[in-house]
Design a protein around this ligand. Structure first.
Ligand code: XMP
Length: 512
């Protein structure tokens, strides 16, 4: 498979660069600059290198540098922002601070050299996205300037013979209107790639890879019914069949009918070797009297592992532990300290008492939407592939205060009504996450002629790209009216429904 190296110098758009490359059907890997040498780049067979941006100035002694040898490998290089300045610096050019004339935001870019293959099909004048203080004031020998802006005399430069290119602007940001075309030119014309990266190819080669590497081994994985673990399980099942055993821990904190749906889908439809562990009593017993959100999370995480371990012990020694880890969980930033590598495990940490020889993480190179595309390729139902996120601690963090069976059942019914009405209105793809919360506030109501004193249910719906920030969804008033009427009529014990109109920040998506 053809692949591109995104050499990470700590810029804020680095994941976006990899995404944009993959959008062009070319596989891209992000590697911190201090984790790979030029020799290794050559040995790994990368067909092109993209230097990312970064927050530093090249003359700052603490700034990330890279050996000049990378420009002599014969592999095409594209430097973006700091990456462009670094190329100029290590190849003998000069960088200066733009001071007052530093650019930030959308700026007009003019192509000054139509022979530069990077600008094939790019309009002579168009808008680019700039975010820089320093700029290349003198290009290295053998390079020429091919693009400018009013305030930047070198918005783009290149050395055709060496196939080294640099742009001061950010082609990966959609505000750079010609960015997609520029990246395409780099990948297809300059690096000479053919675009062999598709979800279908990925699924096919992953299945055959694991069929070979896991042949004859027993594989165990925790299946939550979430997108990542579902796709990983189906993929591995295609590779090793009944040698894969999935353990589905039903902690009793799932939404209405969810446990049955997971069991029916994976055991029934896909024929997976699935063990469903009904552990609601264990979890509820441990949560008794607990009201503090972080404590709830911790208890659930720990208990999850205990239950999983107990099941694994019954199975005896397993050769391989599989996990649905995805790419954003494993990417480290080049600007970060080596010790801060994020080790994310979607079962909440590696079980310590299970003996296993190796870990299989079939999705560790994929972004979330790529996982979804692979899921569709593997024939996983649309509802599952597009399932909205559901937190590991489940409804426990949506029941405010102590979690009890009675409160969970009130919440399940209210939540099911809300979700059903969103689906009926065809809004499930317009709002990214929507659910009900059972607050610990009881209020007075009136039903018939009688006074009631019941729970207050809060509805939450958010629109977001990445869940780091989110806006509350402007759901239609009629929909909210219908949901409120249905919940107060159909769910015993609820006397009031409110809608949460807080964004993140300052609030979070979940209430706890
Ligand atoms: P917050 O509440 O942090 O939520 O704004 C952002 C996204 O993360 C989900 N979330 C969790 N997911 N374990 C998970 O697997 C958790 O403990 C957890 N807490 C929040 C939340 O549902 C939202 O999609």
């Amino acid at each position: 498979m053809e692949k591109i190296l995104v050499l990470d110098f700590g810029g804020q758009y680095n994941q976006l660069i990899a995404r944009r490359v993959r959008d062009q059907h070319v596989f891209a890997e992000i590697v911190p600059y201090n984790r790979i040498t030029p020799e290794k780049i050559l040995a790994e067979g990368y067909r092109g290198i993209i230097f990312t941006g970064g927050p530093n100035s090249v003359y700052d002694p603490a700034s990330p540098h890279y050996p000049q040898a990378v420009l002599e490998l014969g592999i095409p290089v594209l430097g973006i922002c700091y990456g462009c300045q670094l190329i100029a610096y290590i190849d003998g050019g000069t960088i200066e601070s733009a001071g007052e004339t530093s650019e930030y935001g959308m700026v007009e870019h003019r192509v000054t050299d139509r022979d530069c293959p990077l600008f094939k099909g790019v309009p002579e004048k168009d808008v680019c996205w700039m975010s820089h203080t320093d700029y290349v004031s003198r290009v290295p020998e053998g390079y020429s300037v091919c693009g400018v802006t009013d305030n930047c005399p070198c918005a783009a430069m290149y050395n055709a013979a060496k196939r080294v290119y640099g742009v001061q602007f950010h082609p990966e940001v959609t505000h750079t209107r010609f960015g997609e075309r520029l990246l395409r030119n780099f990948l297809y014309d300059i690096c000479g790639l053919s675009g062999d990266w598709t979800a279908g190819n990925f699924a096919e080669s992953a299945v055959s890879h694991f069929r070979e590497s896991l042949a004859g081994k027993k594989v165990l994985m925790a299946l939550s019914g979430g997108v990542d673990s579902s796709v990983a399980a189906v993929l591995l099942h295609k590779a090793v069949g009944d040698d894969l055993t999935c353990v589905f821990v039903d902690h009793g904190l799932l939404r209405k009918d969810e446990g049955d749906i997971v069991e029916r889908t994976f055991k029934g439809r896909f024929g997976l070797n699935l063990i469903r562990v009904n552990a609601a009593d264990r979890f509820l017993a441990r949560l008794k009297g607990v009201t503090e959100p972080e404590r709830k999370r911790k208890i659930i995480g720990e208990e999850f592992i205990r239950v999983f371990e107990d099941e694994a012990k019954k199975l005896g020694k397993v050769g391989v532990l599989a996990q649905g880890t995805i790419y954003p969980d494993v990417i480290e930033s080049g600007a970060g300290d080596a010790d801060t590598i994020k080790s994310h495990h979607n079962v909440g940490g590696l079980p310590s008492v299970i003996e296993f020889d190796e870990i299989a993480e079939p999705l560790r190179t994929l972004f979330k939407d790529e996982v979804r595309r692979v899921g569709i390729e593997l024939g996983i139902p649309y509802e599952l592939v597009w399932r909205q996120p559901f937190p590991g601690p489940g409804l426990a963090i949506r029941v405010i205060g102590e979690v009890t069976e009675e409160k969970l059942s009130v919440l399940r019914e209210a939540d099911a009504i809300f979700r059903e009405e969103i689906m009926n209105a065809g809004l499930e793809r317009d709002t990214n996450q929507y659910f009900a919360v059972l607050t610990d506030t009881r209020t007075v109501g009136v039903m018939g002629d009688a006074r009631t004193y019941g729970y207050t249910v809060a509805l939450r719906a958010v629109s977001t790209d990445d869940f780091m920030t989110a806006d509350w969804s402007r759901l239609p008033m009629e929909l909210l009216a219908k949901v409120s009427a249905r919940i107060t009529n159909e769910v015993k014990g609820v006397s009031r429904v409110v809608y949460d109109i807080t964004s993140k920040p300052p609030a979070t998506v979940e209430w706890e």
